[in-house]
Ligand binder design. Sequence first.
Ligand code: GAR
Length: 217
Amino acid sequence: MKNIVILISGRGSNMQTIVQKCKAEKWNARIRAVISNRADAAGLQFAEAEGIPTAVVSHKGYPDRESYDAALMAAIDGYQPDVVVLAGFMRILTAGFVEHYMGRLLNIHPSLLPNFRGLHTHQQAIDAGVRIHGATVHFVTPELDGGPIIAQAVVPVLPDDDEDTLADRVLEQEHQVYPRVVRWAVDGLVTMDGNGKVVLAPEVVKPLDYVLTGGGL
Ligand code: GAR
C-alpha cells in the first residue's frame, strides 16, 4: 500500500477528486495526510470529514523559504510518502525541497505548459488569443512550472470566455487528468529517469492519448 500526501492552499477540489477516486477505484494507496500552509484552506474541512489526518504548516513566522520548507518536509516525511501531490499549493518551493522529493513530487498547473507559467493563467490565455488552453500535470523540478510533462488536458477557448468561464472548463479537465496520473504514479506506471525524462509504461500510453483528446475539443 503506497502513501500519498497532498498539499493544498485553498479550495482543494483537485484533492477532493483524488481522495474520492482513490476510494472508489480502490487504489493500492491511501491518502495519509492533507497538509495546508493556510489554516483557512476550505479543503481541510473535506479531508477532516473523510477522516484523513490534516496538518497546517503556516508559512508565516519563518525567516526564509529554506526554514519554512524544512518544517514542511518534516511534516510530510512523518507520513512516509511515496507520492507527494501539489494540488493548488500556492508556494514557490526551494531547490532543497524539490530535490528531496524528486521523482515523487507531482503538480498540476492550469495551462498548457510551457505556455503561461505563474499566476492568472486563464487571463494570460485570453490575452494571448490562443484557441486552445488546458492543464498540465508534471513532475516538479527546481525550475518553476518547468518540470517534465506527464499529461495534458485540452479545452477550447470560446469567443465569449472570461477568466472564470475558462477556469471552470479547465478545472473540469483537471479533475479528470490529475487523479489518473496520481494513480499511475502510485502503480509505478509513470516515472522520471535520471535524465529528468518521463517514462511511461506501455499500458498508460493509450489512456494518456484519451486524456489528451477527451478534453472537450
Ligand atoms: C487549480 O486550478 C490548480 O491547477 C491551480 O490552482 C487551482 C487549485 O484549485 N494550481 C496552480 O495555479 C499552481 N501554480 P483547487 O484548490 O480547487 O484544487
